[in-house]
Ligand binder design. Structure first.
Ligand code: ASP
Length: 577
């Protein structure tokens, strides 16, 4: 409103126009929003006719006078004013766009991705990128204030094993040889610690050639960090500080201190290493009360475990229970069946297993689980690890149904003490749970160096995840900085001495020359951005994302390359004679 009566020049796109008596109104869209332009047939017929001839998405420049609107639009930052136009220039014309360039658009996702540059003109989409930009800038501000140095590490490297496949890039100059794109700058940031940079960060692209899963991108961005002369506590504090700072700056949300939970607790109580703690429904083991009463399914199970869904007893008819049972039986969840116990408002107890248990017994289960009248227990049983996972899925589904997952309710937590190694039945070998550079807990080093196979399964690492609303937004560890321990870890992971030397000789060599104790973390920047904005998909916060099949439908990649390029790269496909 400070600008009323000012003569101004604006440039942007013609969003919509409407005629109203002798007046023509045009909405001009630029990166700051929408401004209403007014053309008056009576005072300037030529100009008004020119305005009427404008098509959608024409690029225009106008001169005019700012005027107070009689009917203000409170939904727009510029809704109190309009511009009485005195001059109009068409800078460029536009064909009719394939979908409406408005917040509410008629374009489906595929079409919008094909014309992403038009999709990105929509104010609601632009907002996501403005947010992202601010998130990156604030990250830099915070870390710079803490003396972190931003260092770029190379994209053309040799593979870093982080559990996924590498994208490889053929070398033209060295036929038959390939670079790999980094899955993360892991080894480089560790080398920077050896170099003495003591606090490093980078907002960096990482590349992982994984099988497609919903909401995965083959290239994504991390806030990648590493620090020297620190222990786990220092890292947790620094990056809890960063997270709190970002929420304050971008959302004006004051996050309280983050709760901490061990990996074992997370699995036992939530069936997940990334529990959503916006709501309770914490698991309760029922073996001691459920077994030994003649119900074979429970008697033969390694684990009987349940959750208590508050206030759901009267809401679930037999038919609803049947549907819920079918839901847990879907292959994605994989439970065999579902047992319920309903504590009616009138004190009655109904259950699918009342044949085997008396009301008193079922009441005692309810007491154990803190159930009151109106509540419903949902119980699964079977092999412990699988059953916990299945109940974890069911818990989340109940959380969704009961609307306990408000996207504006932010509940971060640290999950600590991950296992160091994971036994893989299929390949008959250990995998690193985090990555091969992760340090066992100090108290476990002896057992790692001298223990037997079973001992290895129980080793714990100084590895941690930052979890927000059921998503892992950050993960890291204290690293091994002792050459012998690193060699031992490679050996446990099934590398021969030669293989370890060939793949990681550079790191093992660096460890000969005074590697400081160090550790770090990486945040999934896209995911953090998605969660903070309450977006549905990671694609919404990426300017030019790939679709769920890993394709860029706008530039049509991946694509074939021509024969001469293949020959140059030494990749020509020879026809067999
Ligand atoms: N490089 C690890 C990752 O990308 C993070 C870390 O350990 O700092 O998950």
């Amino acid at each position: 409103m400070d600008h009323v009566d000012l003569e101004i020049t604006l440039a942007g796109w013609m969003a919509v126009s409407r005629e109203f008596g002798g007046l023509t109104f045009v909405d001009l869209r630029d990166r700051y929003g929408i401004t209403q332009l007014v053309f008056d047939m009576e005072s300037n017929a030529d100009l008004c006719n020119q305005a009427r001839a404008l098509g959608r998405e024409f690029v225009i420049q106008i001169k005019g006078k700012v005027s107070e609107r009689s009917n203000k639009n409170p939904n727009r930052p510029t809704g109190d004013i309009e511009i009485i136009v005195s001059d109009l220039k068409v800078l460029n014309e536009s064909e009719t766009p394939p979908f409406t360039v408005e917040n509410e658009t008629d374009g489906g996702e595929e079409l919008r991705m094909k014309y992403r540059y038009l999709d990105l003109r929509r104010p609601s989409v632009q907002e996501k990128l403005f947010f992202r930009s601010k998130l990156a800038i604030e990250t830099r501000t915070y870390l710079a204030a803490q003396n972190f140095i931003e260092v770029e590490t190379p994209f053309l490297i040799k593979s870093t094993p982080e559990g996924a496949r590498d994208f490889v890039v053929p070398s033209r100059v060295h036929h038959g040889q390939f670079y790999a794109l980094p899955q993360s700058p892991q080894t480089f940031k560790q080398l920077l610690m050896v170099s003495g940079f003591d606090k490093y960060f980078q907002i960096v692209k990482c590349f992982r050639d994984e099988d497609f899963r919903a909401d995965r991108q083959p290239e994504f961005t991390q806030i990648d960090c590493e620090m020297s002369f620190v222990d786990q506590e220092d890292i947790l504090n620094t990056f809890e500080g960063l997270t709190k700072y970002l929420f304050k700056q971008l959302k004006n949300v004051d996050l309280p201190d983050f709760p901490r939970m061990t990996y074992d607790e997370a699995i036992a109580h939530y069936g997940s290493d990334k529990p959503d703690i916006r709501f309770g429904m914490i698991f309760r083991e029922l073996n001691s009360v459920a077994q030994g009463h003649g119900f074979g399914v429970f008697d033969n199970a390694e684990l009987v475990v349940g959750i208590c869904a508050k206030g759901q007893a009267e809401k679930y008819s037999n038919k609803d229970i049947k549907h819920l049972t079918e839901w847990v039986q879907r292959p994605q969840v994989g439970a065999k069946g579902l047992v319920y116990v309903k504590y009616g408002d009138d004190g009655s107890i109904k259950s699918s297993i009342s044949k085997f248990y008396s009301d008193e017994q079922l009441q005692s289960w309810g007491d154990l689980m803190g159930a009151e009248k109106g509540d419903m227990l949902l119980i699964l049983s079977g092999e412990a690890e699988k059953t916990r996972k299945q109940l974890g899925e069911l818990r989340l589904e109940m959380g969704r149904r009961m609307e306990l997952m408000d996207p504006e309710d932010f509940k971060p937590l640290w999950v600590l003490d991950f296992p160091l190694l994971e036994w893989d039945e299929e390949s008959n070998r250990f995998h690193a749970m985090h990555h091969p550079f992760t340090s066992p807990k100090k108290s476990d080093i002896d057992r790692m160096l001298n223990g037997d196979h079973e001992t290895m399964k129980a080793l714990r690492a100084d590895a941690y995840d930052l979890v927000l609303n059921g998503s892992e937004i950050g993960g890291g560890s204290i690293r091994i900085h002792d050459r012998e321990l690193q060699e031992k870890n490679f050996q446990l992971l099934g590398f021969s001495e030669e293989e370890a030397q060939e793949q990681f000789g550079f790191l093992l060599n660096a460890f000969r020359y005074g590697a400081p104790p160090h550790g770090g973390i990486a945040f999934g920047f896209d995911r953090l951005c998605t969660l903070m904005q309450g977006s549905d998909s990671i694609r919404e916060v990426i300017a030019f994302p790939k679709n769920n099949q890993g394709r860029d439908v706008m530039i049509d990649a991946p694509a074939n390359v021509d024969e001469t390029q293949l020959v140059e790269l030494g990749l020509e496909i020879r026809q067999e004679e």
